[in-house]
Design a protein around this ligand. Structure first.
Ligand SMILES: Nc1nc2c(ncn2[C@@H]2O[C@H](COP(=O)(O)OP(=O)(O)OP(=O)(O)O)[C@@H](O)[C@H]2O)c(=O)[nH]1
Ligand SMILES: [Mg+2]
Ligand SMILES: [Zn+2]
Length: 289
């Protein structure tokens, strides 16, 4: 008899599958590998004994951090230490939108200064935001309520405080998983794998920080989609002189005008232009037939 469960952890070809409150150690059956089906944490699977036989249809996949079937991506940014990298932050919002996952911005370390004024900049962009302090627990309740019944993940650069937040929200979770909390007391503990925990009637993933974030693995190859992933551009998109305006140096661009008037944060517009260059034009074999 095969069972159904959810992959909560994967390391070196070994997967932990949660089913009716019990964690089973499983491996992907040969066939899965042959079909190049990579298993993601968050995947619903059918397994028999130790063999994962089938991946059930996914709602979405985020290649980095690698996790499937998310409702909400909590993008964690530290106000300082480390200083926010706005380009990475904006890329994550774009990739989440492209994958069909709602982004929420979490500004952590409110006990520190906000030298770049990120909390202010992003208050006008249109994403839900929450400012928290994992160290003191400030606003942890607010964050917890945003997670109820949902499958969520914390994502962001290394050191922004993702694991500390998990620890603050649910001290019992990480203690169960071993020495994380003890190590946290000593200072840095770098998360090495995505881990999914039952939390507030839903699921919560802690993920490792990353340095590189690419568009291609997410299937974002067509840069003409980009502007739609900047919610604050929406009011202006129909008002450009050219119908297919790329919002660069084109004549009478309504988006650029809104930036000049201070209605769109300049840093967001700069991120847009940089992403537009980074994605580049469609290669001939990428053009939809
Ligand atoms: N001042 C301050 N420091 C914090 C806060 N939250 C976390 N830290 C510290 O930031 C450092 C990194 O925290 P982690 O939780 O390990 O960061 P992470 O995002 O999980 O990092 P990776 O696992 O490497 O991706 C630790 O020294 C924490 O004590 C906070 O609210 N304020
Ligand atoms: Mg961590
Ligand atoms: Zn334009």
């Amino acid at each position: 008899m095969s069972k159904q469960g959810i992959v909560v952890r994967g390391l070196g070809g070994l997967y932990e599958v949660l089913c009716d409150g019990v964690v089973y150690e499983c491996r992907g059956r040969g066939g899965l590998k042959r079909d190049r089906n990579i298993l993601y944490v968050g995947d619903f699977v059918e397994f028999e004994g130790e063999a994962i036989e089938k991946i059930l249809p996914r709602r979405n996949v985020l290649p980095r951090p690698p996790v499937a079937n998310l409702d909400t991506l909590f993008i964690v940014v530290a106000l300082s230490d480390p200083l926010p990298n706005l380009y990475t932050l904006d890329k994550l919002t774009v990739i989440a939108e492209h994958c069909g996952i709602s982004p929420v911005l979490v500004f952590n370390k409110t006990d520190l200064q906000d030298p770049l004024g990120v909390a202010e900049t992003y208050s006008s962009v249109g994403y839900p935001t929450v400012s928290v302090c994992a160290r003191t627990g400030e606003n942890a309740e607010l964050l917890r309520r945003m997670m109820e019944g949902k499958t969520c993940a914390f994502a962001g650069l290394s050191g922004v405080g993702k694991s500390t937040l998990v620890n603050t929200l649910a001290p019992d979770l990480l203690r169960q998983t071993g020495e994380v909390s003890r190590k946290l007391q000593r200072g840095r503990h770098t998360t090495r794998a995505v881990e999914l925990f039952p939390f507030e009637g839903g699921l919560l993933a802690d993920t490792p920080g990353f340095s590189e974030l690419e568009f291609a693995p997410c299937g974002l190859l067509d840069r003409s989609l980009l502007a739609d992933y900047f919610p604050e551009f929406a009011p202006y998109l129909g008002d450009c002189f050219f119908r297919d305006c790329a919002h660069g140096k084109e004549k009478s661009c309504a988006v650029r005008a809104a930036v000049e008037e201070g209605k769109i944060p300049r840093s967001r517009y700069e991120s847009y232009l940089r992403m537009y260059e980074e994605i580049g034009p469609l290669r001939p074999w990428e053009v939809a037939k």
